[in-house]
Design a protein. Sequence first.
Length: 127
Amino acid sequence: MELIHRSTGNAGEALGPYLIETILQPSEEGRGTAYRVRIEPHSTTSVSYHKIAEEFYFVVSGNGIAILDGKPHPLKPGDFLRLPPGTTHGFITEDEPLDMLDIHIPGCRPDHDVYFVGETPEGFVSK
């Protein structure tokens, strides 16, 4: 593994209602993955879960609601979420975007260890 220092903040890749900036490239990931996730205003994401990965979110900016195992949890800058494997989660935004740091251990990608309750959003592969 190598030390990495880089700037972030590029537009990211659109996957469903998410803009996802990959912070660690697949060749760099080691034991985990890291993303910057942006959800635009007035959006509701699909509900997803991971069978293997534990997931950590840190709210960088914006406000919204996390729906965790069917229960709403208001979000504001500085909030932290730890989601054990199997935790269903989705997000709702209102008048402003929601920006979060998203870390998975072990690593998780849009085509690996992502499962949806209902329809799979464009760009994801549920497996």
